[in-house]
Design a binder for this molecule. Structure first.
Ligand code: IMP
Ligand code: MG
Length: 178
């Protein structure tokens, strides 16, 4: 699998240093409060698990499966809720934990949906942000790294469901994407 990698954009070590900083920020921002961390399956799993270990708060977990992409690298502009939250979020501090903000469609739609359920607060925490690809206005509240307009894999992110287990954020060789 490593033979498919063209370059490492962010090493696991670099990522985890930044994850610790974000966790410290969240811990400070929500001091004295409880928080529901909502991981978006499957891409956010690796980031989610590294993040929550470092947040020192009364935390609860939930997960959603949301789809905006088919296979490949293009967004459809619509989302489908494949697995919803398993609990109401009214009155709760909710943080959505996502792998990457690309066009912004997924999180824009998801945010709108969850706000109708009257949480106390709702924020977005994304490991990566690709601002040059944005098609709708949407900003993350906690962002790990801004990345250039390249399709990245690893640390949870996939290409056709592969490469999620790479320990670094990588760009694949061009022939793999074609
Ligand atoms: P958005 O709705 O366009 O913001 O897309 C967000 C979703 O697209 C993410 O949760 C990823 O699953 C996927 N995605 C966008 N860019 C990449 C990438 O560079 N690598 C892997 N997945 C990506
Ligand atoms: Mg994906």
């Amino acid at each position: 699998m490593n033979n498919d990698v063209m370059k490492v954009l962010l090493s696991g070590e670099e990522i985890e240093k930044r994850v610790s900083e974000i966790a410290a920020e969240i811990t400070e921002d929500y001091a004295g409060e409880s928080v529901l961390m909502v991981g978006i399956l499957r891409g956010a799993v690796v980031f989610f698990s590294e993040l929550v270990k470092r947040v020192d708060l009364d935390l609860r977990f939930d997960f959603m499966v949301v789809s905006s992409y088919g296979s490949g690298t293009d967004s459809s502009g619509e989302i489908r809720i494949i697995k919803d939250l398993s609990q109401p979020i009214e009155g709760m501090n909710v943080i959505i934990v996502e792998d990457i903000i690309d066009t912004g469609y997924t999180l824009k739609n998801l945010k709108r949906l969850l706000l109708t359920r009257n949480p106390k607060s709702l924020k977005i925490c994304s490991l990566l942000d690709k601002p040059s690809r944005r098609k709708v206005e949407l900003e993350g509240d906690y962002i790990g790294f801004k990345v250039p307009n390249e399709f990245v894999v690893g640390y949870g992110l996939d290409y056709n469901e592969k490469y999620r287990n790479l320990p670094d954020i990588c760009v694949l060789k061009p022939e793999i994407y074609s």
